[in-house]
Design a protein around this ligand. Structure first.
Ligand code: PGA
Length: 261
């Protein structure tokens, strides 16, 4: 049984003060959230400690936005998986399209980062997604399957909660142009089918696949209603409580409707 994961990717936004304010407000705002909805926030590195502290005792969790594919040593500017683990960070986004576009990320480096996270017990949120040119050329399925094969090449999964996949069509990120629920569901089905072939039906049915790309309060319900969409990776709309909290509440309503007591 999958619950709903609502992960906020802050990207390179906010400062120390606004991180604290947001996290305190979030802790307050999710007090009555069902255990079936998991809120995750991914602040920039300098604010991870502040976010952890401010969210202590709340149900919200903290994620990093990237991790080094080395363990330690002379890698100026990098942050390792053991460092994140030593802070108690449970999740880390890897393979985001902005890192693929601006920072040389490839499926091979995503795989290397994933290996490091696994050995530190941190759950990766592995991002895949096609560009508009690839979609227009009817290459979406081919691109997604190639990314999955590359990012998971040597990865074994024995616990479906140990990995999260995020489908983020590049053309929908930060553009205001969301994939339709049907377009997203189609790719999520593709991903789950691939997972079943690669890791077996039990892993595939319990592993979370999030949608990302201009998810907002006014489109989140229809996305989350899709059978294979288990939550969202939210950029712009995760930056304010005015937008993020209503999205969590929508997820809460859907979970309650699924599991009426
Ligand atoms: P967006 O970003 O919600 O602002 O489109 C999503 C993401 O890049 O994770």
């Amino acid at each position: 049984m999958r619950n709903i994961i609502m992960a906020g990717n802050w990207k390179m936004n906010k400062d120390a003060e606004s991180t604290l304010l947001f996290c305190k407000g979030l802790a307050e705002g999710i007090r009555d959230l069902s255990a079936g909805v998991k809120a995750i926030v991914a602040p920039p590195y300098p604010f991870l400690g502040l976010a952890l502290e401010a969210l202590k005792g709340s149900a919200a969790q903290v994620a990093a936005q990237n991790v080094s594919f080395n363990s330690d040593g002379a890698y100026t500017g990098e942050v390792s998986a053991p460092m994140l683990a030593s802070l108690g960070i449970p999740y880390c986004i890897i393979g985001h399209s902005e890192r693929r576009q601006y920072h040389g990320e490839t499926d091979q480096t995503v795989l290397s980062r994933q290996i490091k996270l696994a050995s530190s017990g941190i759950t990766p949120i592995v991002c895949v997604g096609e560009t508009l040119a690839e979609r227009d050329a009817h290459k979406t399925a081919q691109v997604i399957l190639t990314q999955l094969k590359g990012c998971f090449e040597t990865i074994t999964i024995s616990d479906p909660q140990s990995v999260i996949i995020a489908y983020e069509p590049v053309w929908a990120i930060g553009t205001g142009r969301t994939a339709t629920p049907e377009q997203a569901q189609e790719v999520h089905t593709l991903i789950r089918t691939w997972l079943a072939q690669r890791y077996g039906a039990a892993i595939a049915s319990d592993l979370h696949i999030l949608y990302g790309g201009s998810a907002k309060p006014d489109n989140i319900r229809k996305l989350l209603e899709q059978e294979d969409i288990d939550g969202a990776l939210i950029g712009g709309a995760s930056l304010t409580l005015e937008q993020y909290l209503p999205m969590l509440l929508t997820a809460n309503e859907l979970i309650k409707a699924r599991n009426p007591k």
